[in-house]
Design a protein around this ligand. Sequence first.
Ligand SMILES: [Zn+2]
Ligand SMILES: [Zn+2]
Length: 260
Amino acid sequence: MIQALRALERFLLPNACVACDGAVAGADPDAVVCGICRSRLRRVVGGCPRCQAPMPPVGPCRFCAEWPPELTWARSAVWLTDEAREIVHHFKYQGLRALGTLAAGYIARTVGRPAGALLVPVPLDRRRARVRGFNQAQVIADALAAAWRLPVGASVLWRARAAVSQTALAPQERLQNVAAAFRARPAPPPRGEGAESPIILVDDVVTTGATARAAASALGSQGWRRIGVVSFARALPFALRATAEQPSFIHSTRAYRTTR
Ligand SMILES: [Zn+2]
Ligand SMILES: [Zn+2]
């Protein structure tokens, strides 16, 4: 049945890389990103031990300074470069679920399996879930659960109200916008079943960290004490943006195409 659905999906998909329109080699039904674009994805390594943001020349990391204490770590597989952005975009807006499996594969290979954790997809608000038909974080969480053999707790966290679109908001406004947006199920009582389970929030992209911070606050207020977050991509911090925009880092055909 799954094979038939994959064959159908493959048939309906354009036989082209979602990031560069080049041909995708291979018979793998999940191959929707070409080898060149895959090789151009830039892994997130080093940085702050808690959140992976590049450390400032002096003083502590500012990216995670105001995170709630329950949110102990964040890991992303790749930086949100042009290729990664195209992958996320096609996944989100064209519903190419194979890309969710791809994203989960990158996370699973980059982040060590968190033993005993409960995977919790960051929920979409109801309006967006209705329009989109699926939650991309849930698709990634399900694929990650299969790779890591961990349970998914989709009912642990939900949206309290429809959030205003984040895109046009300044960072501080984003934070206020999402702060009251989440509700969480109470954690099991101490020494109860699952009481020691860490929660791993799963999302497609971490941008300012405001969503993870708000979700962790809601979980923390319900007694969850150990929360991590994993995502496929991480917005490029200002410090790395300049190097990413140098031509040697950019897919050259793509750069020409967008300036034509
Ligand atoms: Zn490509
Ligand atoms: Zn940090």
